[in-house]
Design a protein around this ligand. Sequence first.
Ligand code: TYD
Ligand code: MG
Length: 467
Amino acid sequence: MAKTRTQFVCQNCGTVHNRWAGKCDGCGEWNTIIEDDQMGGIGGGPGKVPKKGRAVALTTLSGETEEAPRIFTGISELDRATGGGFVRGSAVLIGGDPGIGKSTLLMQAAAALSRRGHRIIYVSGEEAVAQVRLRAQRLDAANTEVLLAAETNVEDILATISEGKRPDLVIIDSIQTLWSDTADSAPGTVTQVRTGVQAMIRYAKQTGAAMVLVGHVTKEGQIAGPRVVEHMVDAVLYFEGDRGHHYRILRTVKNRFGPTDEIGVFEMSDKGLREVSNPSELFLGERNAKSPGAAVFAGMEGTRPVLVEVQALVAQTSLGTPRRAVVGWDSSRLSMILAVLEAHCGVKLGQHDVYLNVAGGYRISEPAADLAVASALVSSLAGVALPADCVYFGEISLSGAVRPVSQTGQRLKEAEKLGFARAMLPVSSAEVPKGGNSRWTEIEDLPDLVSRIAGSARKLGKSSEDD
Ligand code: TYD
Ligand code: MG
């Protein structure tokens, strides 16, 4: 027998609590728990006494599929991030901060798909039809056959998209505006968002249309974030970027049909998003190679190499406790490198403020950046610029040893392509081309690196010419 019971759900992570609390045990956020009626369909159990089940036809794994399973947009950075195009019958969640460019990206994708003869429906719950049209004109998408609706009610949306020929792709912008008659909670709550998303996913699976769901990353606790539906969808992409910079990265965090470490890089212009097929050129664009404290890191994003500049500033402190400020990298990793420099190389930074910045607002997550960071720090402290045509990569262990990293060959190839003749890399790196003309320097440990940089500083003192 169904009994009505209220529960308390965290709007940030979806954790269910028996009573209200100020802080959620699940995610540690404050003021995110609100009362929710459990009798509300998805996320709250069945709303009615369940009816007797209906048998569905069982089938086999091999079978005829008459259409291509994926639809390509032709926007190669987007196709790359989705793992080769949108998969029919699947649901993709695109999350990101408000204003980052999700609607812009999807409008451009819709236009591109429509030009390729696909039937695309764009459902906007945030903007009125006139606003979407205005944006479409700016993006040069107004002359396409994209079908548009401004609607937020789940039942009405389903009725609309079920009418006529089946669409190839449906875009719902955004999930936070969806509300269903079957759930009692207020729009924007976990229950409403999950109910709406569940209904859209069911539609996609039943009809074979691809479904793209937009979700805003929310800061205040009263509106459910995209994380509460991540487990329900087939793929999750996040659109990231720094508001102060004009480029954006589409990052795959979950994909049931492809790899999860791919990124797509875009640049925001006055005519919408432009693809950036060679990100290294963008991140190295405003480089000033002559100043001390800058090292170029040869990194990897999935299968693609990315070269980016790491900048360090080490300055005598006037404070009791020196400052450590990091942008674009892990601050505990910086503390570790500083400790290793101090313990094994005699580089004392206890009386210095240390600032570290990754150029262009890019974020590095690879430990392979350790060697580049250490080089930038030592270069800034010594006041000597590193060679302009050299890249750095390698992981540093607590003992001071430099450990090999993966995909050495690809990192070196990209560096060469962009005109870097030299590299400092770990010893015994696989795939290093052995030979006379190569200028790869194998670094055994951190003291080795420090003495090389300090050595070139001394040489610089005698003659003003770098070698
Ligand atoms: P939008 O796609 O509305 O963001 P989201 O849907 O993620 O909330 O993007 C809005 C921002 O993009 C806005 O600050 C203006 C900028 N923009 C451009 O710079 N050029 C353009 O052509 C468009 C359409 C938007
Ligand atoms: Mg939007």
